[in-house]
Design a protein around this ligand. Sequence first.
Ligand SMILES: Nc1ccn([C@@H]2O[C@H](COP(=O)(O)OP(=O)(O)OP(=O)(O)O)[C@@H](O)[C@H]2O)c(=O)n1
Ligand SMILES: C[C@](O)(CO)[C@H](O)COP(=O)(O)O
Length: 374
Amino acid sequence: MTTAAIIVAAGRGTRAGGEMPKQWQLLAGKPVVQHTLEAFSGIPCVLVIHPDDREMAEALLPHARIVEGGATRAQSVRNALEALSDQGVTRVLIHDGARPLVSPALIARLMEALESGPAAAPALAVTDALWRGAEGAVTGTQSRDGLWRAQTPQAFHYEAILAAHRAHGADAADDVEVARAAGLPVSIVEGDEDNLKLTWPGDFARAEAILKGRRMEIRLGNGFDVHAFTAGDHVWLCGVKVPHDKALLGHSDADVGMHALTDAIYGALAQGDIGRHFPPSDPQWKGAASHIFLRHAIDLALQMGFRLMNCDVTLICERPKVGPHAGAMQATLATIMGVEGHRVSVKATTSERLGFTGREEGIAAIATATLVQA
Ligand SMILES: Nc1ccn([C@@H]2O[C@H](COP(=O)(O)OP(=O)(O)OP(=O)(O)O)[C@@H](O)[C@H]2O)c(=O)n1
Ligand SMILES: C[C@](O)(CO)[C@H](O)COP(=O)(O)O
């Protein structure tokens, strides 16, 4: 099951004004869409931009996957849905780039709701009285019973919303409207008052105040692992197959670096270690690829409302030489965890021929991981 997020940011932001469209203006020192993308850390994102913004988008967000949008929000969403059509995506979160304060907790509520239905969206019950008015005077009242304020992300089973957009996209205000036109049931999950959509100039000050008031919880975890050498012709290190005149012995693929990193993430969450989640006594994990463990740790972090800020893995061995493979290891770990490459470091050291690593009896790895709660 693969989840992707579509961040629509192709509008012109006419109501917000300013020298550039609202999604590219600075909020607490960073472009609005950068906040939005960071809120989806761990989930691959497609950023939908206006063609006129391409140069700026590529300069500000060089790692973002970009798709050009259309004349309406619905057309922008459709373009991104089509771009994902051959990527094995099964769940999709469709979100306004102009809602930079979406929280991991809200994303987790939506993902949970998708377990029991094809569509879910956040909303807040209307609490103020509602009036009708004309020419500055109240002309009537409107019951607020059963009325909700719709937010994004709106979450869907991918094939269902793609088919709905192909058949009913047109000029819908949001993707719930498209889903309903296609007959999909949409469940409401609890929205978040802070998840405002920057629409008017004054909304920026409100969003900055919310950001300032957020208590940022930062968690640090460490991990350590050792695997002994055995006969063989390669080792797996940080997801990369490295030719060697020995192999590493283990119940899984013995990827000592990935195990240390996985334990660092569990450690930051105070959720034990790999052995607790994937017991070595359980035969189903025999020979298992270690990316399953790492992805589980990242998914657990997301469920608990945390995202990976950075991690650092050190491999301790005389041989094989890690340097030529470090870039590939960094990229592989980043892909598995769904984060940008600059958040991942892989390096190596020898133990000056001392101890078991010095005698080339095995490889040790240490890792640290920093998680941040939005
Ligand atoms: N053709 C469009 C129109 C809107 N959007 C995106 O849809 C979200 C919600 O739209 P809205 O807040 O109305 O943004 P704008 O259309 O840019 O604002 P305005 O109506 O003030 O011009 C925004 O993130 C916006 O960038 C989009 O991707 N493509
Ligand atoms: C999708 C949406 O954010 C739900 O509240 C909203 O409809 C999009 O903004 P717009 O101002 O209606 O374009």
